[in-house]
Design a protein around this ligand. Structure first.
Ligand code: SAH
Length: 338
């Protein structure tokens, strides 16, 4: 619940309204996971709350730490048994958490592990927040940025996503600046159009992966519903309203989308847009058989885009040795340890 919702909950239940702010502070700032710890609440209220509104924080079922870069991948379990993965990454400018927005995914991108077993259910805003809270508790360090790039399609869980974005940036909560929040989508056009109207100063990333419809449809089921023309129009409109630089993610798959001709086509598609292209040599997923573009090909691809005046980065992959990199997060059972 947001603070106003919590206030009406307290009022409605014959409790004192000012208790809402105390509880909110314990939950969203001090990050406690039980009413027992809320020392300024009377014991009677604590036990009543415990019965009426149990907190349901996730437990850490597994934790893998990368030997390459210290990246930490968590497997969390919620009270109903559902499990999701989240990743904590340390950069020189601060710590970033990559959270999941759904248990599984129904988008069907051919290169991605997250979608292999389909969608179980959406996560609530609280479950998205709690991944970050649990990681702050575990590491003892502040999180300064969040990317919604774990398992799931955030715009397929729209209301919870927006509620999450507002609560994580709430100054009475963790107060992470909207500018340090990134939402990545496979390209649900109605969702992009709706999100724009929320007027959030977040970063929007689009998983593009192909410069034309024919190839994109082969790689991503979603491209069958939304042709690039509509998608790029939605992205341009998003930019015109909010003036936040757009990011386009492009996984380089050897022999599939990584030639100089593809780069030229991509440059034409993005012509005139204020954007960053994030190239990601595709990460291995056992089931897909795709191989990453080689380093020279990735460099050539980058150069070609740069020659057209486009900003490009090749993503520094983190946590690859623990299957924590893009597209490697997947639905797991609580007792699977890898
Ligand atoms: N559903 C959202 C959020 C997932 S973000 C989206 O599609 O954007 C995860 C990012 O990793 C997406 O850009 C996705 O396309 C990319 N990705 C998926 N599988 C990958 C793989 N095997 N290697 C590299 N990137 C991958």
């Amino acid at each position: 619940m947001t603070l106003p919702e919590l206030e009406s909950y307290f009022e409605g239940a014959g409790k004192k309204r000012f208790r809402a702010a105390q509880v909110y502070d314990w939950l969203h700032k001090k990050l406690v996971t039980s009413y027992e710890e809320m020392q300024n609440l009377p014991a009677s209220l604590r036990s009543r709350l415990q019965e009426e509104a149990p907190i349901g924080a996730p437990v850490i079922r597994a934790l893998q730490i990368s030997k390459l870069d210290g990246t930490r991948k968590y497997l969390f379990q919620f009270p109903d048994g559902a499990c999701v993965e989240s990743v904590w990454m340390q950069y020189h400018h601060g710590n970033t958490v990559c959270i999941s927005s759904q248990v599984g995914c129904r988008m069907g991108c051919t290169f991605c592990a997250s979608t292999l077993l389909g969608l179980d259910r959406n996560l609530s805003a609280g479950e998205m927040l709690s991944q970050i809270y649990a990681i702050e508790r575990d590491t003892g360090e502040r999180v300064s940025g969040v990317v919604v790039m774990g398992t799931g399609e955030p715009l397929d869980n729209y209301d919870s996503l927006v509620r999450f974005l507002r609560m994580i940036s709430d100054e009475k909560g963790l107060n992470i600046s909207e500018r340090n929040l990134t939402v990545s989508t496979c390209g649900l056009v109605p969702g992009i159009r709706k999100l724009k109207e929320e007027k959030l100063m977040i970063n929007l990333a689009l998983s593009l992966h192909a410069p034309n419809d024919e190839l994109r449809r082969k790689l991503m089921t979603v491209a069958k519903s939304y042709p690039l023309r509509e998608l790029m129009d939605a992205m341009r409109d998003y930019y015109s309203l909010l003036h936040r630089r757009l990011t386009f993610e492009y996984s380089l798959i050897r022999g599939v989308n990584d030639t100089e001709a593809h780069a030229a086509e991509l440059a034409a598609l993005l012509k005139g847009m204020n954007c960053l292209v994030n190239l990601i040599p595709v990460n291995p997923v056992a089931e897909t058989g795709y191989r990453p573009a080689g380093v020279p090909d990735a460099q050539r691809f980058k150069k070609k885009l740069e020659n057209h005046g486009i900003h490009v980065t090749i993503r520094r992959e983190m946590g690859r040795d623990i299957d924590g990199a893009c597209g490697q997060l997947r639905k797991r059972d609580a007792d699977s340890r890898r």
